[in-house]
Every structure is written in structure tokens, then in C-alpha cells.
Design a binder for this molecule. Structure first.
Ligand code: FA5
Ligand code: MG
Length: 451
């Protein structure tokens, strides 16, 4: 059936992405709804809120090299192996990641380029920023979209000093050069390292890592301060003097240790904006730079742009409607600070919720099902099916009910799909037609039995 683009694609023996052909195999799972978005590169579109956010952050790291056009098609080695992801890490599964084929994926994060970028660092380069589109099979709601944008940053020091001062003295001297932030309230109860939760690497000295952690945290607090100063001036004019609250939380990434996440208090809630840590020395050794040591971070540009410009729905970033695009212009004041526009919603069109209930196939041996006939069901498959059929007309997909039949042990699920266009009012016929296709797709592609 032509509606189910990725079935058609699976049947072909090659997949065309950005004008290049890639061989396909049983791992291939990139639907045309996703491959169509590869050329968009919102982080390079002039005056787009993602671009404005990127440039605001870049302005805080003026000495860093920037890489903004790296291809989204990377090897499994670049995306996972080079970063020390274990072979059984859930992020590697086909339910979470878009595979071009067994050896090639659409990058799931900008960290996929860390190893290569470290390997090409010149002796005098102190740091780099990488901004790019990233791809993840994920939930469907107002803050999740299968394509989003990240910025990776890293800074390195040479461990082999030419002068007389020690490594930690040189890093602390750099910390002193960073702006002091009187108007940020920082909560950081974590020890720099913790033997189980956040260990010091065997290659590192505690004193060096303490200096790197201080430099990393102060640099990122400065970025957040700059963003929120711009956002606050817009949403609450006159309140710029109010303290911004941020907190550091211990985290885990296979490619940094110790690691943290930074959360910001925004409109009554803690919001995670980035992950970061001290780069695993194995990556530097592998990259041919064993004498360098430093930090890395990865942040979500949509998440920051949504706050900065008061954008309520992540689908809006993909809008080609002039009523959205014409609202943003990159502007800087005389002192160089960014001035952003707050998004003014065009009329809100009504939502159209529709439920669909179904039985999963033979879920339990108690029902007399044949062994090995358990239903291989992953929620992300439903998310993608609905998006394939309804595109950006779907606002939210969520499980509203589930139960197991007491006698047959079969499992029943009910999902609610909310259809709503950001640009126009949908007709009943149109929504009914889409929902029928969703019901048909569930049977045909996921093999469920409708109730
Ligand atoms: C990572 O992707 C790591 N590569 C970050 C990193 C880089 C850590 C370098 C250490 C060193 P994570 O999956 O948490 O981590 O994503 C990082 C940020 O991307 C999040 O904090 C969030 O701001 C953003 N993000 C993650 N998932 C989504 C999503 N589905 N939609 C929008 N933004 C997202
Ligand atoms: Mg995270």
C-alpha cells in the first residue's frame, strides 16, 4: 500500500538520503516522513529561532571553532562504539534509533562527532562547538519530535605544559577569566567525584578534575544566564534583575566521568537543558591526543528556543507558514546582547481527539498461544505509524487504558490520538479519513486486532 512509505522502502534494496544511495537490509527503518526532513537543517536557516538560539550560545564561546554542516548519516561506530556504549545499550535498538542499514544510522546525538573532532584538533585549538539535526524514535507530544537539534561543546587543555605552572593552576587561571555571575542562584550539593556514582577516571588527578569541573560549570551557567536574560526581558519586561535559579544533578553518560545535568527553574518547574562531564580519556587516547584533557557538553536547542521565544509546540519549528517565520529576526543590542521576539500565536485551531482500542496478538502462554508467538510490540511503532499517516496534524498520542483479559490473558490497549493543525481548522471528514488509515495501519503493520 502506497500510504505505508517505509514498507515500500524496506522492499527496495537502496535508500536515497541527501542525494546519495545507501544499501538497505533488515535493519533499515527510516520512513520517508523522516528522510524528507534531512535537507531542512533548521539550525542554518537565517532568522529561524533555532539559528538565533545557536548564535546566541556561540557568542559566549568566541574562540571556539564551529562545525555546523556535518552529515547526519554516521556509522554505528561513530554514534555508539567510539563513545563506549555497551553492545546491549537500549539506545542501540531499532525501536529507538533510525538505521539506514546495519552499519549506518541517522545520528542520535551530536556526540557522534566527538571522536573525529578531537582527532582533528590542532595544537592551538582550545575548543569546538558542533550544532546539528539529530534523530530519535520517540513519543509524540508538544515537546517531542523525532528530529531535533543539539549543540555539542568541548574544551581541552594540554597536560604536557610548556611553562612552569601545573595543569590545575593553568585551568584555575582560566576559571578566573570567566564572568562572575552575581544574579544566578546555583544549587550544587554534589561532590566533584563519587566512587560509585560518578567516579574519577584512573588516568586523572582529583585536583585537575576539580578545576575542569569548575570551568565547565561556570561556563555553562554563563550560557544559561545569557539565554534567560534575553528570555526574561521579553516575557517579563522589567524583571531582568530577578535571580535565575539553576541546579546541578549527577548524571551518567558512557563517554564522560564524572557527569552532570544542568536544570533551570522556569515557570514553576525544573527543566533539564543539557548533559555534560569530563571526557573519558580513552576517547582522547583513541583520537591520538592522549595528552589532552577536558570537558564536553550537549544541549537541546529546541528546548532552549521554546523558552527563549515562548514557542508552545515543538512542531512549530518545522512550520513553513510566514505567520510563524516572519515573527523572528536576529537582533543584537549596542552592547552585543541578543534581543529575541516572543512568539505571538496565530489563532488556535480546535483539537480533535479520537480513540483506538485493540487486542495484541497471543501475549501469553496461558491463552493457549503457540510458544514464540508473543507479540513484539513497542510504543514507538505506534507513534511512528500515526506520524507517517497524519504528519504534523498529530499533536499527541497517549495510552489511555490497558487491561489483560482474566480468562484468555490477552492484552487490550486503548490509545488516544489528538489531531490538530497549527495552521487551519480540520474538517470532520479529513480527521475521520486519517483515523481510518491509522486503524488500518495498526492491523497491517503491527498485526493487532481492532476491538
Ligand atoms: C545526550 O544526547 C548526550 N550526548 C549529551 C552529552 C554530550 C553528555 C557531551 C556529556 C557530554 P541527552 O539524551 O540527555 O544526552 O540529550 C541532551 C539534551 O538534548 C537534553 O538535555 C535535552 O535538552 C535535549 N533533548 C534530549 N531529548 C530531546 C527530545 N526528544 N526533544 C528535545 N530535546 C531533547
Ligand atoms: Mg538527558
Amino acid at each position: 500500500m502506497e500510504t505505508f512509505a517505509n514498507i515500500v522502502q524496506d522492499a527496495r534494496d537502496s535508500l536515497k538520503l541527501l542525494d546519495k544511495s545507501y544499501p538497505t537490509d533488515s535493519w533499515t527503518n527510516v520512513p520517508s516522513t523522516i528522510s524528507r526532513l534531512l535537507p531542512r537543517r533548521l539550525h542554518l536557516q537565517p532568522d529561524h529561532p533555532i539559528t538565533i538560539t545557536r548564535r546566541l550560545i556561540e557568542s559566549r564561546f568566541p574562540s571556539f571553532a564551529t562545525h555546523n554542516s556535518l552529515s547526519p548519516i554516521v556509522s554505528v561506530h561513530q554514534n555508539f562504539d567510539s563513545l563506549g556504549f555497551p553492545v546491549d545499550h537500549p539506545g542501540r535498538s531499532r525501536t529507538d534509533t533510525y538505521y539506514v542499514n546495519q552499519d549506518t544510522v541517522l545520528r542520535t546525538h551530536t556526540s557522534a562527532h566527538q571522536a573525529d573532532t578531537f582527532a582533528s584538533l590542532g595544537a592551538s585549538d582550545e575548543g569546538f562547538l558542533i550544532s546539528a539535526d539529530v534523530y530519535r524514535r520517540d513519543a509524540v507530544d508538544r515537546s517531542h519530535y523525532p528530529v531535533f537539534h543539539q549543540m555539542e561543546g568541548a574544551m581541552m587543555w594540554s597536560r604536557d605544559p610548556s611553562g612552569s605552572s601545573s595543569l590545575s593552576e593553568r585551568i584555575w587561571a582560566d576559571v578566573e577569566k570567566l564572568r562572575r555571575l552575581e544574579d544566578v542562584e546555583v544549587s550544587d550539593p554534589n561532590p566533584t567525584v563519587h566512587p560509585e556514582r560518578n567516579p574519577l577516571q584512573k588516568y586523572h588527578e582529583l585536583g585537575d578534575v576539580e578545576a575542569i569541573a569548575a570551568h565547565l560549570k561556570r561556563s555553562l551557567e554563563d550560557v544559561v544566564r545569557e539565554i534567560f536574560a534575553a528570555a526574561k526581558a521579553v516575557t517579563e519586561p522589567g524583571s531582568e534583575g530577578e535571580a535565575l535559579k539553576v541546579r546541578w544533578v549527577e548524571a551518567y553518560f558512557p563517554f564522560t566521568s564524572p557527569s552532570w545535568e544542568l536544570e533551570v527553574y522556569w515557570q514553576g518547574d525544573w527543566l533539564e537543558v543539557l548533559g555534560c562531564g569530563v571526557v573519558k580519556q580513552e576517547i582522547m587516547i583513541e583520537a591520538g591526543a592522549p595528552d589532552k584533557i577536558g570537558w564536553a557538553f550537549g544541549l537541546g536547542l529546541e528546548r532552549i528556543a521554546m523558552l527563549l521565544c515562548s514557542i508552545p509546540d515543538i512542531r512549530l519549528f518545522w512550520s513553513q507558514d510566514e505567520r510563524f517565520l516572519s515573527q523572528f529576526r536576529e537582533k543584537r543590542g549596542d552592547d552585543g546582547t541578543y534581543q529575541v521576539n516572543k512568539f505571538v500565536p496565530f489563532s488556535k485551531h480546535p483539537p480533535c481527539p479520537k480513540d483506538v482500542s485493540f487486542w495484541l496478538r497471543g501475549t501469553s502462554s496461558a491463552g493457549g498461544g503457540t510458544k514464540g508467538n508473543t507479540h513484539d510490540f513497542h510504543e514507538n511503532d505506534i507513534m511512528e505509524l500515526v506520524r507517517d499517516i497524519a504528519g504534523d496534524i498529530v499533536e499527541d498520542v497517549s495510552l489511555v487504558d490497558e487491561f489483560t483479559h482474566p480468562k484468555t490473558a490477552r492484552k487490550s490497549m486503548c490509545y488516544r490520538v489528538i489531531y490538530r493543525s497549527l495552521e487551519r481548522t480540520l474538517t470532520n471528514e479529513e480527521v475521520n479519513g486519517l483515523h481510518e488509515k491509522v486503524r488500518g495501519g495498526l492491523v497491517e503493520r503491527l498485526g493487532v486486532e481492532l476491538r
